[in-house]
Design a protein around this ligand. Structure first.
Ligand code: PNS
Length: 160
């Protein structure tokens, strides 16, 4: 079966990569679906996020990275994707994800699988990584090295 790990990945973190790697062990094919989250202020462009994810998942042969627009459930129907896989960090993630899972199921019948995030990444979020990096803090424990470089460049006002 083909699965999708959707998100805005702005930027990709070790928490995301843990979920993608575990999904790739369960499913034959995994699409990492990079969407636009209209309620969040983006730091990296869609092209930059796609490129960082492609680099970060290059060691996983059954994983490919794609941009998606519009409804996730509709994208899954059109691309023969049987399951949405999301990571759960804490209770508020669960409340949000449960509602989306039930709505997506109602829309097209697509199933959602919720995986507990690895404990070591449970407090990591792209939002906090962006904030810390823009204030010149150290995020090297939470994201791949090339993402650290891109964040440093952005914090210094240079193109990534
Ligand atoms: O990493 P994020 O920002 O939590 O990812 C959110 C994302 C992109 C997965 C979510 O916003 C999404 O599914 N967007 C697609 C639009 C959609 O289908 N909305 C209805 C959800 S029930």
């Amino acid at each position: 079966m083909r699965a999708i790990c959707p998100g805005s990945f702005d930027p990709v973190t070790h928490g995301h990569l843990d979920i993608i790697e575990r999904t790739a062990r369960f499913f034959e094919e995994v699409v990492v679906g990079v969407g636009r989250n209209t309620s969040k202020n983006g730091l990296f462009s869609l092209e930059e996020r796609l490129s960082m994810l492609t680099q970060a998942t290059a060691h996983l042969p059954n994983v490919r990275v794609e941009a998606f627009d519009g409804l996730l459930a509709e994208y899954c129907r059109q691309h023969h994707i049987g399951a949405i896989v999301k990571g759960l960090r804490f209770a508020s993630d669960f409340d949000y994800e449960l509602q989306m899972a039930q709505m997506n199921k109602e829309l097209t019948g697509i199933e959602t699988v919720l995986l507990p995030t690895a404990a070591q990444w449970s407090f990591v979020s792209s939002t906090l990584v962006r904030e810390i990096a823009m204030m010149h803090g150290d995020v090297s424990h939470f994201v791949p090295t090339f993402v650290v470089d891109a964040l440093r460049a952005r914090a210094a006002g240079r193109p990534a």
